[in-house]
Design a protein around this ligand. Structure first.
Ligand code: KG4
Ligand code: ZN
Length: 339
């Protein structure tokens, strides 16, 4: 048993092959970062075009690296992200999965991209490390910041999400304000290493009484500070901003975990790569005797492996769904024969 996973929700064209036990046989990611860098953000139309240009090569490369290229049945199912994501980008992955599934006579398994980020916490170089339920999940990426109560595979309850900017988006926008590189998360984190968080005061958008987030005010606070204080060091602004985001994420995650009486926390998405967040959440959880599982750094950002694993968990040892069939009613007119 093997599953192909295809990811095209945003700015990564990715494909991976996993075996039936969830071991990663190949994981190919073509990043569009160089394409979007000069705009300091993802340009949806450019993203869709780049997915179109790269998807075939990325899938072929994933098959080749997994050593299944020449096989009659290289995989038993094709998983793809069916949202949330950029509409034009999603269409590319969905179309590719549909064509590939029909060509090989295997089923397609649509997967929620955020479920992929959650289950990416199980991925490793060897066999996956199953999560322990119930758990509280923090999914923090460029497009999303959500808290989920997870009772088991497929048993998810979204407790809250961001009302405006996602945490990663706030990192990206603050990096743009400071003239730092794109994507902003790694750039701000690097700059923050030489800064003092206490040198600049930023608010903590805690929104008490809710499990929701809001980071746009924090971003605006950074913008006002920069307009008002030319003497500020970039390093200090980065450190203070990062501390505000981390403290907010940690405080809200711990608060929800305690309220729902769970002992496990899982953190997925691009922002999970942030070392300050990892350290602060680990310390807070340890203080309460809770365990935290962070996605491994190489699976933090968008990839096909997380979708293939989510499909495997969804199937959960059940019989595979029937392969999609070409609709016999479909009348395809031959253009060559058209008058
Ligand atoms: O999960 P992902 O690849 O894309 C979405 O699904 O949105 O996450 C990308 C986001 C970007 O906003 C990026 O700035 C952020 O994750 N990110 C980080 C770090 N590395 C990536 N944010 C904070 N610290 C990091 N080290
Ligand atoms: Zn993502």
């Amino acid at each position: 048993m093997r599953v192909l996973g295809i990811e095209t929700t945003c700015d990564e064209t990715a494909a991976a092959l996993l075996d039936g036990r969830g071991r990663v046989l190949s994981n190919v990611v073509h990043s569009q970062i160089p394409l979007h860098r000069k705009y300091k953000g993802v340009v949806p139309e450019l993203a869709s075009r780049a997915h179109c240009a790269k998807i075939a090569d990325v899938v072929a490369e994933a098959m080749s690296r997994a050593g299944v290229s020449g096989l009659k049945k290289p995989f038993d199912a094709v998983a793809y992200a069916n949202g949330p994501g950029l509409p034009g980008a999603l269409l590319v992955g969905r179309t590719a999965a549909g064509v590939i599934a029909r060509l090989y006579g295997v089923p397609e398994v649509p997967v929620n991209h955020l479920e992929g980020h959650l289950l990416s916490c199980e991925l490793s170089d060897g066999a996956p490390r199953p999560l322990k339920f119930p758990l509280l999940a923090l999914i923090a990426s460029g497009g999303h910041t959500e808290l989920w109560l997870v009772k088991g595979y497929g048993r998810y309850r979204a407790l809250g999400r961001t009302r405006d900017d996602a945490a990663g988006e706030a990192f990206d926008k603050v990096a743009k304000l400071l003239g730092l590189d794109y994507p902003g998360g790694p750039a701000v984190e690097k700059c923050a290493r030489d800064g003092a968080a206490q040198a600049v005061a930023f608010p903590r958008p805690l929104l008490p009484g809710t499990d929701e987030f809001s980071f746009s005010g924090l971003k605006t606070a950074v913008s006002y500070k920069l307009q008002g204080g030319k003497h500020l060091r970039k390093e200090d602004v980065c450190a203070a901003f990062q501390a505000a985001v981390v403290e907010t994420l940690v405080s809200k995650t711990m608060d929800a975990a305690v309220r729902h009486k769970v002992r496990q926390i899982a953190v997925g998405g691009g922002v999970a790569a942030n070392t300050a967040l990892r350290q602060a959440l680990e310390a807070a959880a340890a203080g309460r005797g809770m365990g935290v599982r962070f996605v491994e750094r190489k699976f933090c950002t968008d990839n096909g492996a997380m979708l293939a694993l989510a499909a495997l968990r969804k199937l959960g040892g059940k019989a595979l769904p029937r392969p999609a069939r070409v609709n016999p009613e479909l009348k395809i007119r031959s253009w060559a024969g058209a008058a």
